[in-house]
Ligand binder design. Sequence first.
Ligand SMILES: [Zn+2]
Length: 224
Amino acid sequence: MPDTDPSGGTNQTPHLAVSPDGTPAPGRLYTLPARCGIALRLRAGQQLRILNPSGHQVCDFWAFAAEDLSEHLSMAHLHTSLGSVFPRPGDALVSGLRRPLMTLTEDSSPGVHDTVVASCDPARYRDLGCAGYHDNCADNLRMALAAIGLQAPRVPAPFNIWMNVPIGADGSVHFAPPVSAPGDHVTLRAETPVIAVMSACPQDMTPVNGAGVAPDMLQFQVPV
Ligand SMILES: [Zn+2]
C-alpha cells in the first residue's frame, strides 16, 4: 500500500494535532509550522479561517466527510459544478458524490488558487532531482490524519489555496509565485461534519511558494 506510508516524514506533523480527535478550540489562533500538515474535525456550520501571514505560502487543502472518509472533495466534480477552475466566495465545494462538503465564504486575496495539479509527493521530488527525502504534502496528509487516529483512504486531488498555476490558451500549465499578499485569508464553512486537512506546502524546488524565499508557516482559526 504505497499510498498510505507516512513513515518517511521527518517533520513535526505527527505531533501537531490540536486535540486527540482533531477538535479545535473555537477562537484560538493556531500556527501550522512551515512544511507541516494538520487535520481538524469540524462540525456542520463551523468555519475555518486560514491565514497567510507571509502572503507567499500555499496551503494544500482537503476535506473528507467525517462519517466516511471515502467521500472527499473532488476537484474534477468541482470544475463541473462551478464551470470554472477558480472557486469564489459563495461557491460550494463538492465531493465525488456532488454533495457540498464545504463552502468558500471569504477570500481576501485576488482569488488565484489551483484546482488542477496534484499535491507534491516523494515521486515528484525525485523527478525534480531531489536525492534524499523531501517533506511533501501527500505525506503531510497521511501523517496529519494518523495524528488524530485516522487513515487516509487515498490522497485526493487537493484544493491548492493561493497556488498560482496559470493555464495557457494552449492548455499548458506553469508553476508561478502566488499573487496573494501578506495577511490574506480564506474562510471555509463546513456544510456537514468534515475532517479538514491543511498542508503548508514544502515545495522549494519550484516557485509556487514564492521566488527566492523559503516555505513559510500558516495560521488558522475556527471563529467562535
Ligand atoms: Zn506541496
